[in-house]
Design a protein around this ligand. Sequence first.
Ligand code: SF4
Ligand code: SF4
Length: 160
Amino acid sequence: MKPTRTLPAQAVALSCATTSQAAANDTATYNPCLSCGACCAHFRVSFYCGEIAGEAGGTVPPELVTQVGPLRACMQGTEYGGKRCVALRGELGQSGIHCAIYALRPSPCREFSPWLEHGEPNPDCQRVRKAIGLPALPPLPNDDGETPTRTPPRRGDIAA
Ligand code: SF4
Ligand code: SF4
């Protein structure tokens, strides 16, 4: 199956790149996306056409998208998965990689995060990081300073 980014919790890369690069051992400000970009070069980044800049009030530059259905578009380069988004700049896995349309990026890119709600690493993020040779991310500490001890069961973990 081709990789897609259609799940609500999935969005792209560099989606959390809101802070300047910080020391890797500072979990409060560390942003792994700023030296990764793997998800921007793996998933099909598709979204509702209303997100395209124009009369509907969207933001995504129309010259960077491909129409893939009557109401769907995707970022150029990601149509079939496994290739870089046209807006990705820099070398995968290297410091300085970034999104050229960060403030204008579509919703999948805004929703995808290295960590899930309770601080456990996003398995889809981990998988694509591993594919480009980057290490797994640790869980984020909770508000009480403790790291999550459990992760939600995945489909393969649940007996039929
Ligand atoms: S794969 Fe994960 S760490 Fe890498 S850019 Fe995407 S969200 Fe960030
Ligand atoms: S628009 Fe930006 S954040 Fe979204 S896939 Fe492309 S480079 Fe990544």
